[in-house]
Design a protein around this ligand. Structure first.
Ligand code: ATP
Ligand code: MG
Length: 196
């Protein structure tokens, strides 16, 4: 392609992008969902937390499935003033006690509700909350209600596989992580700094 053709095309593209930027005028908090079976949902959420606190905004994290105690993002962010609430019973995939898990989930949800009604928190992460809904530990309507009535400028990130359709509908931005391949399937162990 000749240089002038290229310039012409880039100029047209720039005009289209500028016009779309001009059209986006609404300012409010957004609901983001990172779902799908591929790796990157929780790390994308924490990337966004870093972005927010880098601008001096306030963020808080609720984790509905207990990760490793040696959780890299928590070790970095908590000392920087990002509170973490991690579901206390040590809920894991191996759990057998539905009643105890439901109680732990509802207790953690109470913390989430406080954050979702606090206008001083700019960004709330509800990590792995999708499972609480699919396991029926947490009523979907309650989650939708809290999200709908949150402060106008507050943004929320939901992560987890199999996100309920109603939450996808409510969300402003939805990204599906699609696994193309994963090291684990080739027998490579999960590792510090990459997987937790
Ligand atoms: P990450 O925390 O790395 O962003 P994730 O939040 O997308 O991953 P989860 O389903 O929450 O994924 O799984 C948590 C753990 O499982 C992480 O250690 C992650 O590296 C690993 N993992 C994620 N996706 C896959 C996959 N497709 N196959 C194997 N392990 C995976
Ligand atoms: Mg995750």
């Amino acid at each position: 392609m000749s240089q002038s053709r290229h310039e012409e095309r880039q100029q047209r593209l720039k005009e289209q992008v500028d016009a779309r930027i001009e059209l986006a005028q609404i300012e409010r908090g957004v609901l983001l969902v990172f779902t799908g079976n591929g790796k990157g949902k929780t790390t994308a959420a924490f990337g966004t937390v870093c972005r927010a606190i880098g601008h001096g905004l306030k963020s808080a994290v609720i984790q509905f499935i207990k990760g490793s105690w040696d959780n890299g993002e928590r070790q970095l962010l908590e000392p920087l003033g990002v509170p973490f609430y991690v579901m206390s019973t040590g809920f894991t995939w191996e759990t057998q006690d539905k009643e105890a898990d439901t109680l732990a989930c509802l207790d953690t949800w109470q913390h989430a509700c406080k954050l979702l009604s606090d206008p001083t928190i700019d960004l709330v992460v509800l990590d792995e909350i999708t499972y609480m809904i699919s396991f029926h530990y947490l009523p979907l309507e309650e989650v939708i209600n809290a999200l709908t009535h949150r402060p106008e400028n507050q943004s929320v990130i939901i992560t987890g596989r199999g996100c309920h359709r109603d939450l996808l509908n409510l969300a402003d931005t939805v990204t599906e992580m699609r696994p193309i391949k994963h090291a684990f399937d080739a027998g490579i162990k999960a590792q510090k700094g990459i997987d937790w």
